[in-house]
Design a protein around this ligand. Sequence first.
Ligand code: ATP
Length: 373
Amino acid sequence: MSQDVLIELSHVVKEFDGELIVKDLNLKIYKNEFITLLGPSGCGKTTTLRMIGGFEKPNSGDIIINGKVFNDLPPYARPINTVFQKYALFPHLNVAENVAFGLKNRSNEFLINFFGIDANLPKKEINKLIKENIDKAVVDALALVKLAGFGSRKINQMSGGQQQRVALARALVNKPQILLLDEPLAALDLKLRQNMQYELKEMQRKLGITFIFVTHDQEEAMTMSDRIVVMKDGVIQQLGTPKAIYNEPVNRYVANFIGESDILEGTYVKKDVVNFLGVDFDCTGYKFANGEKVDVVIRPEDWDVVPVEKAKLVGEVVSSIFKGVHNELDVMVGDQKLMVNTYENYEVGDKIGLAIDAYEIHLMKVSQDEKAV
Ligand code: ATP
């Protein structure tokens, strides 16, 4: 991922029927990055994507691509293609014709330039070269999405996963600088979706195209993205790498949305000491005022189960679910229920000791946010 800014959204505002849907959004997207807009239904992800693609116009603010303001330019005039959740393939065209559509509806002038054809050649020769080049581009695009040899199939002879690949090939055939993907995997079953996640990431890396992906699925976002934009009510809550967002959420909303965690009320006692559940724990890397209230985020996998005699914190197992590799426990400590993941087996009613390393404790400023998403 380079640090060259390809797209900039500057103070972008969008309202529908007097309701603010996207509120003063500022975002820089780099060349070659895989960036994901993540958030629950209705938070404005699709609207943001549609403004980048030119399908919606912002009420105010600018959409800047390659340093140029694109607010008023239609989709076809942008170096962008889009893959929608509903693939929008043409049922009366075969696979190759669907893929070729991305090129065939372009002007001859565009195609001559795109394929590097000598414009001074006789018209007949130019048309022949255009046709040959389109055919080759279609074959290449189908190979790219692992559908080599499927060109003459009818769309209704393709599975959902294959149709998704056709849509992808059609969007890639004219080598856009930017690909927008609006929940493109939502209709696929889990296994297929996971395969496609890896393939999309690979493809993006190989092609060096900037992918802007929209999903409400945090696991999907974590798997593929270089950076994730977590949105809520048309406002960016946090922008960062999957790791940063997982390990250092900025508020309860993000912590709840990404992965599982317990968020506990705590007090920053003094440098590198935080008190929660009535116990002082070592923590590291935070600067709060002594005595300041904080939100403490603990991921279930970060607890260590230790012998009761040696533990500062002791709880009782109230639920134990075997998950294949690990066990998911619910542990009551006083009247607080904690999620604890462990490789050991424990039964309901077992008393266990809990410990946690200083660097696994994440502290946040107390947010006024809701407790659950
Ligand atoms: P989803 O995952 O459900 O698509 P989203 O985060 O992508 O959600 P948007 O599709 O951007 O959300 O929609 C945000 C809000 O804007 C919703 O309340 C939606 O009803 C509203 N909205 C979107 N498009 C229009 C439109 N053309 N006219 C009126 N309201 C709209």
